[in-house]
Design a binder for this molecule. Structure first.
Ligand code: ZN
Length: 287
């Protein structure tokens, strides 16, 4: 999820990124859904937040292709990326939904749906959580006939179960919320702030000089953008490590750190980072 959408479109937009690869950018959350067409049919990466918003996305995809929907990939189990799964199954033909094995459809997701009180809350809360049919540990692939979409879990970061989807023949990488363009990266209650930089390093190994990277939210970016965001996410992790090593208590860490993002958005990052640091890297506060 992103909580800053300064230049979100006012209605869903369709952008062709490469041969038979499109991204739909939807104003609700300013979230992206990527469509990849192959001989066997259509794959959608993420499904938006409700039956209705999935339908709005699909309507826009249908301006470009009538290929039958056969596969869905969820980049991670946050409500703005997966609550359209049920509608996607109904719209397609034996749709196979794939996600990472640690993506938390049973815990964090239903809790966050129940607590959600923002835009279009009624329809989001009415959506039925539809977990994946297929999960994987490190790498997987969706065969679309004449092209293959590779799925890689680069490690934990924005959530436990992030994946990136790579369309190698088109030089496109769909990064989910490991990368954000229209807002800053979001560290929530299920984030892994100390591991996120290393996960992005692995994802960057799949990114070349001409690769189009689709962020979870906002406009597509390039390798330089991802490098810069990785370094800022690394500064957050190193600042947490430094504060903990110096014995700054977690309750004072937000105010004591010099952060690359507004401190008020980093409360979960700091709390989680302190939890995840090994005991040997934390000092008791000096009294
Ligand atoms: Zn997210």
């Amino acid at each position: 999820m992103s909580d800053a959408t300064p230049h979100a479109p006012s209605e869903p937009t369709l952008t062709e990124l490469a041969d038979r690869v499109w991204v739909v950018r939807h104003p609700w959350w300013d979230v992206n859904v990527t469509a990849v067409e192959g001989e066997r049919g259509l794959l959608l990466v993420d499904t938006h937040t409700s039956d209705a918003s999935f339908g709005e996305v699909l309507d826009v995809v249908r301006r470009a292709t009538r290929a039958p929907l056969v596969a869905v990939v969820n980049t991670h189990a946050h409500l703005d990326h997966v609550l359209g799964n049920t509608a996607a199954r109904a719209a397609g033909q034996d749709v196979v939904v794939t996600a990472h094995e640690a993506a938390d459809y049973a815990g964090h997701l239903p809790r966050s749906v129940a607590a959600y009180a923002g835009e279009r809350a009624e329809e989001a809360r009415a959506a039925v959580v539809s977990p994946p049919d297929h999960t994987f540990s490190s790498v997987s692939a969706v065969d679309l006939g004449d092209r293959v979409v590779e799925l890689v879990h680069p490690g934990r970061g924005h959530t436990d179960g992030d994946l990136v989807a790579r369309v190698e023949d088109a030089d496109v990488l769909v990064a989910g919320d490991l990368v954000e363009e229209s807002g800053h990266p979001v560290w929530g209650a299920d984030s892994w702030p100390m591991e996120w930089p290393l996960s992005l390093d692995l994802a960057l190994e799949l990114v070349g000089p001409a690769t189009v990277v689709v962020p979870g939210h906002g406009t597509p970016v390039d390798r330089d953008f991802v490098f810069e965001q990785r370094s800022a996410i690394g500064v957050v992790a190193e600042t947490i490590r430094d504060l903990a090593t110096r014995g700054v208590p977690v309750s004072e860490a937000l105010a004591a750190g010099h952060w690359p993002y507004p401190a008020e958005h980093l409360a979960d990052a700091v709390r989680r980072g302190y939890e995840h640091l090994p005991r040997s890297q934390k000092r008791l506060p000096l009294i």
